[in-house]
Ligand binder design. Sequence first.
Ligand SMILES: Nc1nc2c(ncn2[C@@H]2O[C@H](COP(=O)(O)OP(=O)(O)OP(=O)(O)O)[C@@H](O)[C@H]2O)c(=O)[nH]1
Ligand SMILES: [Mg+2]
Length: 225
Amino acid sequence: MFEKRILLLGLDNAGKTSILFQMRDNQFKQTVPTIGLNIESLTHKRYMMTLWDVGGQATKLWKHYFDKIDGIVFVIDSTDEEKLLFARDEFNRLLRDESLTLIPFLILYNKSDMAEKSRSVEELNGRLDVEKARKEREIAVNKCSAQTGEGIWEGIDLLIEIFERRKNGAHLFPDLANQSQQQEDKSISKSLGMIKSSVAQDSENGGISVKETKMSTGRDNVKEQ
Ligand SMILES: Nc1nc2c(ncn2[C@@H]2O[C@H](COP(=O)(O)OP(=O)(O)OP(=O)(O)O)[C@@H](O)[C@H]2O)c(=O)[nH]1
Ligand SMILES: [Mg+2]
C-alpha cells in the first residue's frame, strides 16, 4: 500500500467538498462553505490517500498545507464563466510556487451535469493555458460531476498513473527531478556533516557523549556525497 497526501484546492463554490463527500460516501451531499478544512482517508487500488479539502475563500492560507504533499487536485467550476479568470490566477500562482515544482496536478472541471452551462475541456484548457503549463509539469485533466459522481475516480486514476510512472523511475521531467534530488542530497549531507563534527567535538572533549539528534530525511538509503 502506498500512502499519498493530496490537496484539494480551487476557488470557493467549485465543488471540492462535494467531490470529497461523493468519493467517501458514493453520493451527493449538501455542503456548506468550508471554513478551515475537511480531511478524509480513502483507499483506492493500492493507494491510501489522505485528501485535504481546504476552503476556497481563503486562498492565501493554502500555502500552509504545501508541506509533504504528493499531488494537487485543482477543482474548477466548469459553469462559472466569471470566476475562470480568478481560477486561472490561482492556478498560475500554484505553478509558480517553488515548493510545488515537482508536484503533479489533476485538474477536475466539475459540474459537468449542468450540460448547458458547462464548458468543454478544450475551451477550459485553453482558458487556463494548460498546454503551456504542461511543458514543465505533469498535469492530468478530467471533467467530472460531484452530483452524479461521473469522472471523479477516472481523474484520480490519471493522477495514480503519474505516481506509478514515477515509482518506476520514469519522470516526465527528469532534469527537474534530478536537480531537486541533488539539492535535497546536498542539504542532507550538509546536515549529516554537522552532526559528525558535533560528535567529533564531543569525543575531543574527552568521553563519548551521544547527543540525541533525530533526523528524518524522508528517504531511505541516503548516500553521502
Ligand atoms: N450541479 C452541481 N452542483 C454542484 C456540483 N458540485 C458542487 N455543487 C454545488 O456547488 C456548491 C458548492 O459546492 P462545495 O462542494 O461546497 O464547494 P467548495 O469548493 O467546497 O467550496 P468552499 O468550501 O467554499 O471552498 C454547492 O451548492 C454544491 O451543491 C456538481 O457537480 N454539480
Ligand atoms: Mg468546501
